[in-house]
Design a protein around this ligand. Structure first.
Ligand code: ZN
Length: 198
């Protein structure tokens, strides 16, 4: 009887933990992990300060800047992640929203954009990141009344994008290897191994 009681307590405690976790996380559970993981120092070496602050520091470039002016003039082509080279948008989904940041109405063609709930700054928004490397791109808004096929506005920092004109060479995809991250993984594996032996 005692054993049964103890077992019940354990099960009840486990249930409470699961429930508590449910309430504490507002983000969907199965968010895919990025394929490319690098340390901040490694990203800093690969990016300009502005690119780093926006994509890794989740910043926002000022609207109607020189990058936006260039974006407005660009013709046919594809838009790639400035961090890892993954294709994110094409010029076909580009539209003029007048907001001062590059706007696209759809990201489904390349499937490189991941949408995440973002409750920062007292707002409920949907953040857009690169599925491959978790670079912050901007946000997506919907139902604003734009006469596009989706009525969604991917409001993207121009500095997070690399434009490749039609027929141009796509940027080389950044490979997964990161010396520092691999070293950390090895350390964790080693420590885990020692723990298991005890
Ligand atoms: Zn990326």
């Amino acid at each position: 009887m005692k054993l049964r009681h103890a077992l019940f307590s354990v099960l009840a405690a486990a249930f409470c933990i699961v429930n508590a976790e449910d309430k504490s996380t507002s983000a969907p559970k199965a968010m895919p992990k990025p394929e490319i993981v690098k340390t901040d120092d490694e990203w800093k070496k690969l990016l300009t300060l502005e690119q780093y602050e926006v994509t890794r520091g989740r910043g926002t470039e000022r609207p109607f800047g020189h990058i936006y002016e260039e974006f407005e003039k660009q013709g046919e082509g594809t838009y790639h992640c400035v961090c890892c080279g993954a294709e994110l948008f094409t010029s076909k989904e580009k539209f003029h929203s007048g907001c001062g940041w590059p706007s696209f109405y759809d990201s489904s063609k390349a499937r490189g954009v991941l949408e995440k709930p973002d409750n920062s700054h007292g707002m409920r928004r949907i953040e857009t990141v690169c599925r491959r490397c978790d670079a912050h791109l901007g946000h997506v808004f919907e139902g604003e009344g734009f006469k596009t096929p989706t009525d969604r506005r991917f409001c993207i920092n121009g500095v997070a994008l690399k434009f490749v004109p039609k027929g141009g060479e796509a940027p080389k995809l950044l490979d997964v290897s990161s010396e520092a991250v691999q070293k950390k993984k090895d350390e964790v594996a080693r420590e885990g191994g020692v723990e298991a032996e005890k």
